[in-house]
Design a protein around this ligand. Structure first.
Ligand code: FUB
Length: 537
């Protein structure tokens, strides 16, 4: 039975009854927008909303009136749909310390076309609310511009309100404040805005994705460019999701980085992202890369929002950890950020994520999660992820990092994968869940293997197991073979590639199970290093 780590109760409450706190820094209290539907939420852990009723994405925390808010998007993709279906923004408002788990949830906070008459419905991407020097709140929101003739129709609109929870009006009703053609031409996708109000009240906007990051100072009107934008190219592995903040005299830029590879400090698989950061002595840089502050999460995208609240620092990010979550069904988590002030500039320590996906510790025969893994094509091409083989997950429409695969322009005749355990184990079966985009007999693409077999290491070399059931090679299904028990530290699956007689197809698998005669409690997602291909040690 699955044992939930997180228990959420939804209790309808009157928005007008929500409490407001006051701090020394900001003594004003903001009345919640009475037009909003609101629910009280008790979150036992991360993610905050974990039951899968509402998926929350792209968090942007805001501290105002002594309260901790998190603006989020909403993922509405059906299972198996690999697209950002994001019709509206939501808001979470903490009662007290955000780690206490008492939240008010405003599920239908705002839709793009509610406020931007020039925007299409849908595509309510990662937005941020900041409090301007005049005390008003400004929402920077990437939306799709209706009737855009730009190559990419994403554009950033700005809305304004007297309260963090609205109501909102367009601060620039003429249209977006940034697009591919306004106010100066650019050729990037104009999303993921982040805004800093500096101590001297000057305002800075950064935005960008797909490895392109731009920054510009804004006029006091919060919508007009002051000077030409700068292109930031010094933040190693920058992919998207910038978040600018200032601590003491240092400017920090956190972002989703995807510099990938077996030796990368960020991510093994290019579709995944770490949260990396850089620092600068002034708000428009130059920026210096400093390192990683959050390892990749369970969703391929990662997205940071970092604020100080009552003397502590917090990071909000999203994961795939909610019930039936996924790469396009993400959910917001909040954790504390601790600092190392002994170095210059001060360094945010690596965040230790709390909570996570429900995990069932009941013993199971499949002991793959205890194994280290390697493959004949290691280092595996960065679009794939070797450890997907024993992460216990099968996806209805997998992305490349949800599987191990071997595709290359010249696929070889044979491939293999190896599991290695620290101590000898006794095994009597194995199962592979193959993925492919070509039928059996193909010599191109990824196809089910012509044949495969299981071997074990007998201390000197590889020996075939004695199979008691036939091998099969169905795509999108478990292919299980039973064999006479073997006691070994290493198991190998060897694949003879599908061929049309001229060339060879690649092979790919989402899961590889190894069944022991002694069931064991599984381990959460493997973080073990690579196995040795020869298993001699
Ligand atoms: O939610 C859509 C996109 O996913 C955001 O714009 C990115 O930052 C990533 O989180």
């Amino acid at each position: 039975m699955m044992k939930p780590l997180s228990l959420i109760s939804f209790l309808p409450v009157l928005a007008a009854c929500a409490t407001t706190a006051q701090t020394v820094a900001d003594t004003k209290s903001y009345t919640p927008n009475p037009a909003l539907e609101a629910h009280a939420v008790k979150a036992a852990s991360n993610p905050i909303l974990s039951d899968g009723a509402d998926y929350t994405t792209d968090p942007a925390p805001l501290v105002a009136g002594g309260k901790f808010y998190v603006l989020t998007g909403r993922d509405k993709a059906e299972p198996g749909v690999n697209d950002f279906i994001m019709p509206e923004w939501q808001m979470l408002e903490a009662s007290g310390d955000p780690m206490r788990g008492d939240w008010t949830h405003y599920p239908h906070f705002l839709k793009p076309d509610d406020v931007f008459k020039w925007a299409t419905p849908g595509r309510a991407y990662a937005a941020q609310i900041v409090q301007g020097p005049n005390g008003k709140f400004y929402l920077y929101a990437p939306v799709m511009q209706a009737g855009s003739t730009n190559k990419d129709g994403f554009a950033i609109g700005v809305a304004v309100s007297d309260s963090p929870t609205g109501p909102w009006v367009d601060a620039h009703p003429e249209g977006p404040v940034v697009s591919q053609s306004y106010p100066v031409a650019n050729n990037i996708q104009n999303i993921d805005p982040t805004v800093l109000i500096d101590d001297d009240k000057r305002v800075y906007l950064y935005w960008g994705t797909f490895g392109r990051l731009k920054g510009v100072e804004l006029e006091a009107d919060m919508v007009t460019f002051k000077g030409a934008p700068v292109d930031v190219t010094s933040l190693t592995g920058f992919f998207e999701a910038p978040w600018i903040f200032k601590r003491k005299d240092t400017y920090y830029m956190a972002y989703a980085g995807n510099r990938a590879g077996p030796e990368s400090d960020c991510t093994e698989a290019v579709y995944y992202a770490c949260i990396a950061y850089g620092t600068a002595k002034s708000p428009l840089g130059p920026w210096t890369y400093r390192g990683v502050m959050l390892d990749p999460v369970s969703s391929t995208t990662s997205h940071p929002g970092i604020v100080e609240y009552k003397g502590k620092w917090y990071i909000a990010y999203h994961t795939a950890d909610a019930n039936n979550g996924g790469h396009f069904r993400r959910s917001v988590a909040v954790d504390e950020v601790l600092w190392d002030d002994s170095v210059s500039p001060p360094r945010p320590k690596k965040v230790v994520p709390t909570g996570g996906a429900p995990f069932d510790p009941a013993p199971v025969a499949n002991i793959a999660s205890h194994a280290r893994v390697t493959a004949s094509n290691a280092p595996v091409p960065v679009q794939y992820w070797l450890r997907a083989l024993n992460d216990g997950k099968v996806h209805p429409a997998p992305l490349p990092p949800d599987m191990w695969g071997t595709w290359s322009p010249n696929n070889p005749k044979q491939q293999w994968i190896v599991y290695q355990w620290d101590q000898p184990v006794t095994l009597n079966g194995s199962s592979l869940y193959f993925w492919g985009d070509q039928p059996a007999g193909s010599g191109i693409g990824v196809a089910p293997p012509k044949d495969w077999r299981v071997e074990y290491w007998d201390g000197k070399g590889w020996k075939a197991v004695s199979a008691t059931t036939p091998y099969s090679s169905q795509l999108d299904a478990y292919n299980r073979v039973e064999f006479t028990p073997v006691t070994t530290r290493c198991l190998r699956a060897v694949f003879d590639a599908s061929t049309d007689g001229k060339t060879f197809a690649a092979v790919a698998a989402q899961e590889w199970q190894a069944f022991s005669t002694t069931p064991k409690a599984p381990l959460p997602q493997s973080v073990k290093g690579a196995a040795k291909a020869n298993c001699a040690n």
